[in-house]
Design a binder for this molecule. Sequence first.
Ligand code: CAA
Length: 252
Amino acid sequence: MSAGEKSQVALVTGGIRGIGSAMCRELIHAGYQVVTTYRSPQRKAAAQEWQRELAEDGLEVGLIQMDVSDAASCRSGADDLIERYGRLDVLVNNAGITRDVVMKKMTLEQWQEVIHTNLDSVFNVTHCFLNGMLEQGYGRIVNISSVNGQKGQFGQVNYSAAKAGIHGFTKALAQEVARKGITVNTVSPGYVATDMVMAVPEEVREKIIAQIPVGRLGEPEEIARVVRFLVAEESAFITGADFSINGGMHMY
Ligand code: CAA
């Protein structure tokens, strides 16, 4: 990492658990000042507990409250971040949820919850920081999509639609900011060993794993490593791209 990157500030949304947590660790190790989000005051204690765990490993992470599905909450969280850190160089839109159920049983609420949290969030959070990145003439944005946004998944019309939407968002914004020193890319993880995937019934999960040519679930660190590569200053010529990390589950 160059001297300039040492003071860079990175926000990973939804970094307390799962892949986001591995990304936070990876970026802290790479020298970034890393900040992550917790959704509501009720979740503050759990977030602080995780912060303490990292501190025991000698790693420092900042916490801000931000409900990514809510534009006003994003604005106040972003103001908080800028007040404390002064700038944002790297944004990883990672926060996401599942509400898996077949379409014929899906409620409007299950549809909206996933669209608001997984897709509106990408607009909400990016919107708060884009002007700052444009003013400083530098930024790295990585949007976390999914293999299921590429191929669709039984029981996930909400999730697949939101994750597919991220691809369009990335490609459009990448063009708008390409000459301003800002890159925008998508990372599409496959099935990774996190709470989200472990919540899939075991029998269903085993059938899914059987469809992965590498023969296993991915590790969060295997996704985090690619994010670290993409947010480096040296990755300036990579924009509007989608990186599939799925053990060969979907190739196109
Ligand atoms: N393709 C075709 N048919 C399928 C199927 C598939 N992939 N999966 C199930 N079916 C069939 C079943 O065989 C069954 O058929 P019969 O009625 O003829 O027996 C029927 O559909 C109903 O299946 P289920 O019993 O599974 O239905 P359910 O209502 O109990 O559960 C479900 C539905 C909740 C969607 C469940 O199938 C499920 O959890 N699936 C996994 C969804 C998934 O992959 N989620 C990923 C979460 S992790 C994540 O999202 C991270 C990421 O980015 C990868």
